[in-house]
Design a protein around this ligand. Structure first.
Ligand SMILES: [Fe+2]
Length: 299
């Protein structure tokens, strides 16, 4: 059983979609049993760009439930982009880094409606369970919170909450009840092991406007915790073990690695629009005995 994995494309404009197209062309040639895209397809909420990206999947025959599972990460539904390149991006990042939960909820419905309009069963609000013709089971849980409190500020450091992960008790109770003989692959946006936090200093040669300088005098550092909070992580692993999960696929931290934890394989993948993150496609071979991974770097 061969599963292809993409995560965190962070598409910002139609030019970035060409990266997705190149990756999908390569993946199609390998003929995997399934493709998992574990969130942050978009860098920020953009329904037109979403439709363009879905068209790229459809053109290559991926837009059906048997071949593809797709769900949102923290960026797909957010107003702010994750990768500031110019002063205009910095302004949006500063002012629109948080969206009220009801707005996020409306966008979530539109996100899944856009996917469902093209094909049933490719993406739906978690928790999701689907059984492929081969018998392989694919489950999705939603680790993206929609917090009312967007940040905390102390001594010049802003701690932004939008990238923290969660494991909702109701979804973990659901997951723990999914034990069966057929192998189970669990998909989530957040990496369920230790994840380094992202730290950003708002000073640099690209940010020279008066607003940028004023912002940098008030805010010395912006810290973005990326991990699932510890008590939720405990709940996540208890449920995963109870369900007999074989493989967890995730993204969010924009790195590619492969771990084993509690006897479960963990495949982390991530390639944003930013070149530094690398642009990898991961392939997992799931057999009765074990799980192995192969990384393909797309340049
Ligand atoms: Fe993310």
């Amino acid at each position: 059983m061969l599963i292809a994995h993409l995560s965190d494309l962070h598409l910002r404009d139609p030019g970035d979609v060409t990266w997705l197209e190149r990756q999908l062309d390569r993946i199609a040639r390998r003929r995997p049993d399934h493709l998992a895209v574990t969130g942050d397809l978009l860098d920020r909420w953009d329904p037109d760009l979403l439709d363009l990206a879905l068209g790229a999947f459809a053109l290559r025959g991926f837009m059906n439930a048997e071949r593809l599972t797709l769900f949102h990460g923290n960026h797909d539904l957010a107003s702010s982009g994750g990768h500031p390149r110019r002063s205009a991006d910095l302004w949006r990042l500063a002012v629109r880094f948080w969206d009220p939960p009801p707005l996020v909820e409306r966008r979530r419905k539109r996100f899944y409606a856009a996917i469902a309009a093209r094909a049933a069963g490719v993406g739906a609000q978690a928790p999701v369970m689907k059984v492929l013709r081969s018998g392989l089971r694919i489950a999705v849980v939603d680790t993206v919170p929609a917090p009312w409190k967007p940040l905390r500020f102390s001594a010049g450091t802003v701690v932004v909450h939008h990238a923290i992960g969660c494991a909702r008790p109701s979804e973990m109770d659901w997951l723990a009840r999914q034990r069966a003989d057929a192998p189970l692959v669990l998909l989530a946006h957040h990496y369920p092991l230790d994840a380094p936090q992202f730290t950003w200093t708002p000073l640099g040669p690209d940010f020279t406007s008066r607003f940028s300088r004023l912002f940098a005098r008030i805010v010395k550092e912006v810290t973005v915790p990326m991990a699932i909070v510890p008590e939720d992580r405990q709940r996540f692993w208890s449920a995963g073990v109870a369900a007999g999960v074989r493989l967890i696929l995730c993204g969010h931290v924009h790195r590619a690695r492969f771990d084993w934890h509690e006897g479960i394989a963990v495949g982390l993948n991530g390639q944003s629009g930013a070149g530094w993150a690398g642009r990898t496609v991961a392939y997992y071979n799931v057999t009765e005995a074990t799980v192995t991974v192969e990384l393909e770097r797309v340049e």
